[in-house]
Design a protein around this ligand. Structure first.
Ligand SMILES: C[S@@+](CC[C@H](N)C(=O)[O-])C[C@H]1O[C@@H](n2cnc3c(N)ncnc32)[C@H](O)[C@@H]1O
Length: 365
């Protein structure tokens, strides 16, 4: 710049934050386009090879527009949480990229097995090498027609990629919506810091939510519980790749948590309740209440329910048949607020983001 150049004639440099936001939006658009294309091609190819009795109807254009708007709102909220400092931009960009590269071809290959199982209505099929003893009956299902249900390393390796494809790349953005209420819940205990702060993720699966929680609470003692040894192994692998304390991973039924009363400052669970029968849903909530400290917070994330977005009802009702979710239909109208209040929680608040719903509640002092 020379001394005589008027500043308003200089080219305006883009603000780095705007560039980052644009990059985030572009990545999300890419994921969405990829997810849609994958599903369309997959369905066309597989239905040509083995036609289904009653093929699912395509989503009507007006509903598609509504879904797109809900997804855009979710992504805008995700980025707002970055701007508010709830988590760093690197967390919003985080995706199971490595698994995608390694396992996407296997997801495509496995697609044929899923399709075949769906068409043949084989819902409880496990490899001979899998020991199914000791699990609750309701758990021994090929949820989402998944090969080996939740009980093999194969299933655990493919899961994150399959879920990202199912939600067109927005599953993690939905999981991240638990982070702001968790951070808020932690603020209720200003005197508790570092490892003294204890957070539980019930049904932690492959550890995506724990990974996000660790990004906002790097020093806290994090504990993940799941019924699947294979998913816990995968969670251990995923979480070991990041620096920082390793969350403790324990194989247990969330209906009988292996912890003393009042142990955790915050308890959470993502995408568990729609895969439980009603009695197990309320049992898990009672357990979450028992292990949460007085003044502590519970944050639940799961699928939206019918009353949340009534125009999506036909799509939600079609979901359990398309993806083998035997308890989903009942879940759609089940009243988790009542379960939470009956367990003893108070100040229950609910909200929705895209296809997910959140219940945040407090255990009274
Ligand atoms: C849909 S996955 C969700 C996993 C993870 N929270 C996520 O966000 O991807 C459901 C998980 O719940 C686990 N699960 C199902 N019933 C359970 C129970 N009664 N106790 C503990 N884990 C359970 C399964 O093994 C599986 O990992």
């Amino acid at each position: 710049m020379t001394a005589s150049t008027p500043t308003n004639l200089l080219p305006q440099l883009p603000n780095p934050n705007d560039l980052l936001k644009l990059a985030y939006q572009t990545v999300q658009q890419g994921k969405s386009a990829f997810g849609l294309a994958h599903k369309q091609l997959n369905t066309r190819l597989l239905s040509a090879l083995k036609p289904v009795e009653r093929p699912s109807q395509p989503i009507p254009p007006d509903l598609m527009t509504r879904l797109q708007a809900l997804r855009d709102e979710l992504l805008a909220t995700d980025w707002q949480d970055v701007e508010r400092g709830v988590y760093g931009p690197e967390v919003a960009f985080d995706s199971p990229w490595e698994d995608f590269v390694k396992f996407y071809p296997l997801v495509c290959l496995d697609g044929w097995q899923l399709w075949d199982r769906a068409v043949e209505k084989r819902y409880q099929e496990f490899s001979d090498t899998i020991d199914t003893t000791g699990y609750p009956d309701y758990y021994l299902q090929n949820f989402h027609h998944q090969t080996d249900g939740y009980l093999s390393d194969w299933s655990a390796n493919l899961y994150d990629v399959q879920v990202e494809l199912l939600f067109n790349g927005s599953a993690d953005a939905m999981r991240r919506r638990v982070l702001a209420p968790i951070a808020q819940g932690v603020r209720e205990f200003p005197e508790v810091t570092g490892q003294a702060l204890r957070v539980l993720d019930a049904a932690c699966g492959t550890g995506r939510t724990l990974r996000f929680i660790r990004s906002i609470l790097p020093k806290a003692s994090l504990v993940g519980v799941d019924l699947s040894p294979a998913y816990l192994r995968k969670a251990n692998q995923n979480l070991s790749q990041q620096p920082g304390t390793l969350p403790q991973l324990i194989q247990a039924n969330a209906e009988q948590l292996p912890f003393v009363d009042d142990h955790f400052h915050v308890t959470t669970s993502t995408f568990l309740f729609h895969e439980l029968p009603a009695a197990a849903r309320s049992a898990v909530i009672r357990e979450l209440f028992r292990v949460t400290q007085p003044g502590g917070t519970v944050v639940i994330c799961d699928s939206i329910q019918t009353a949340d977005v009534p125009e999506l009802e036909p799509m939600l009702l079609g979901f359990p048949a398309m993806f083998h979710e035997p308890y989903y239909r009942h879940y759609l109208t089940d009243d988790l607020v009542t379960y939470l209040e009956q367990a003893g929680f108070e100040a229950v608040e609910t909200s929705t983001h895209f296809l997910s719903k959140y219940w945040v509640a407090r255990k009274p002092h």
